[in-house]
Write a new protein. Sequence first.
Length: 375
Amino acid sequence: MIEGPAQEPDRIYGAPHPRETIRLYGQKKAETVLLEAFLSGKMHHGWLLNGPAGIGKATLAWRMARFLLATPVNDGAGKPGDPPQCPDSLDISPDHPVSRRVAAGTDPGMYVIRRRVNENSGRLQDQIVADSVRDLNRFLGLSAADGGRRVVIVDSADDMNEQAANALLKMLEEPPRRTTFFLISHKPAKLLPTIRSRCLNLRLEMLEAENVSRALAQAGLDIGDGKQALYELSGGSVGKALRLTNLDGLDLYAEVVALAGSFPGLDRARSLKLAESVSVRGEEERLELLYILFDLFLSRLARFGATGQSAAEAVPGETEVFARLSPSLAMAQRWADCALQIGARASEGMEVNLDPMSMVLDTVFLMRDAAGARK
């Protein structure tokens, strides 16, 4: 059963939900750890799947859920189509009844805890609240009679408020029989130490460029010649690469670089065009992405000034802009300070619904002023 309404905070816009994703790329090591735990007969009741966002943690959790729910509990012959009792992978056929039920969100052995929609506002809550966790008790009570396995996914555990975390902790301290918890965390340090101590920690790795491309292809996206640029800007995160692709992030980043190329002067026409492109109604996601790209550009710029070295170019001419704007350690520090200032202003501006055009132009002026103070 999938708890919650149709709005899904654990789905990346324009991509299949992790429960619908059959293949997982670049996480063979983590898969092996889970498979060996199962085969040893010592499958832990709680797993903390952690690592940067967008690298496959949720996909792995759903993949393991299918595996556990489709594998017979006892050592009997099982039913036709069931996987062998000594499997060599977590693969479950998409045609298996469990795979179909999981993809549809109707498997009686599944429960998902995630942010819900506020009944009054109709908007997603900012946190996972205690009621979302307490409702799990009813699920566990109703499903206990069938004697099968049960899987609970918390996506993401970082979203739990204190009351929700304490409610989940009680279940982890006294885990129900044949129930496995998968807690997905992008920043495990935010979790209660007691929750971390009740789970086995399994950290997933950043993906290489080829695996990012394969994952995007599985999601139905053809990235053409943009593979290297997407990899550079996403940092090996499929989730970030999907967002960049769906929101024309590569073109947006190219505009940021081109605009910075005019510093310490200012290309006013380009500045206005960039601000206007994210200021119309319905472009809130592109506005948010633009600020992520501003921060990424400034981080890459500061790193170049600190090390004198640049990673592979995300767009043509990027290194030339870096070399001119950040030729020293002093400028690297100035760009790092500029990034902090812009980030703080953007957070405050979005919180109070400041005019997007004013926000973007203010950001451009701050960057220009930092470039004009070269040392």
